[in-house]
Design a binder for this molecule. Structure first.
Ligand code: SF4
Ligand code: SF4
Ligand code: SF4
Length: 115
């Protein structure tokens, strides 16, 4: 199976958050839901401290923990490209995938009551 990827180089990230806002806008999620986030990390000890940002979202895992716990089979890994998606119509909002994902990716939508 082919697995397509995001490529991210933190050297060029300026923490502008445009990727997060673009994701919210394109998916019409509202600004409370962050399917993509930009997180800041620090390393070193003052005064030799480095700060860098990571733009993170679903990792489209090889063996997704979210799929294993979804009793409704609402989460699917595309066998052609490896992309993991949620079929909103089948989701009963049990939130088991929220608890199972090690990366905190699934975002609760308390208004739609869907993933
Ligand atoms: S990855 Fe996101 S936060 Fe970083 S520069 Fe690009 S748009 Fe801005
Ligand atoms: S939601 Fe989490 S467990 Fe599921 S594919 Fe994305 S990163 Fe992996
Ligand atoms: S919240 Fe929806 S997608 Fe997540 S495990 Fe439950 S039914 Fe599946």
């Amino acid at each position: 199976m082919e697995q397509i990827y995001f490529y991210f180089n933190s050297r060029y990230c300026i923490n502008c958050n445009s990727c997060r806002v673009s994701c919210q806008t394109n998916n019409n999620t509202g600004f409370e839901i962050n399917r993509r986030e930009v997180v800041v990390h620090y390393k070193g000890v003052f005064p030799d401290v480095e700060r860098y940002s990571l733009s993170v979202a679903c990792n489209h895992c090889e063996n997704p923990a979210c799929i294993k716990v979804c009793a409704k089979k609402a989460i699917i890994k595309n066998s052609n490209n490896g992309i993991v998606t949620v079929n909103e119509q089948d989701c009963i909002y049990c939130k088991r995938c929220v608890a199972a994902c090690p990366y905190g990716t699934p975002q609760k939508d308390e208004i739609k009551k869907k993933l």
